[in-house]
Design a protein. Structure first.
Length: 147
């Protein structure tokens, strides 16, 4: 009987451990504050190339202004141009879709979009480097996208 009792005690301990560690485990797995930019589309437009971005601000505070300098690379991997994309205000916890028409750009020749720097990152309680420090990039296109 003692081995059955010992086995039950061990099983109870093992099953109870995750419950006791629940709050600590939840704190460790909480996602880090981030500003996620997803290059969601690149379509030809009347002006040139229209880039569509899906942006999610989980930095923990509203951004009153967020702008990034980007570099567009052509099919040969050569920088075609530098330009600033102004995402304007980005409320905390909200997903926003923004489009930019890049005059004279040919979407078929854009091989890579590089985020060079954050030219503006402002909001109450937001440090100027928060946008780059918390930046995460993703792409749904065939265009390489990142920092």
């Amino acid at each position: 009987m003692t081995s059955v009792t010992a086995s039950l005690r061990l099983l109870t301990s093992v099953l109870a451990m995750p419950l006791a560690m629940g709050p600590a485990w939840a704190q460790q797995s909480a996602p880090a504050p981030a500003l996620t930019l997803e290059l969601n589309g690149a379509q030809p437009s009347d002006k040139g190339c229209r880039l569509t971005f899906v942006v999610n601000n989980t930095l923990g505070a509203d951004l009153s202004k967020a702008a990034f300098e980007i570099a567009l690379f052509n099919e040969a991997g050569v920088v075609d141009r530098l330009t600033v994309l102004d995402f304007k205000d980005l409320p905390a916890g909200k997903t926003k879709v923004t489009r930019f028409d890049l005059a004279g750009a040919d979407c078929a020749k854009v091989s890579r979009v590089l985020i060079n720097s954050s030219t503006e990152c402002a909001g109450t309680g937001i440090k100027p480097d928060a946008c780059m420090r918390g930046l995460k990039t993703e792409t749904k296109t065939g265009i390489a996208f990142g920092v």
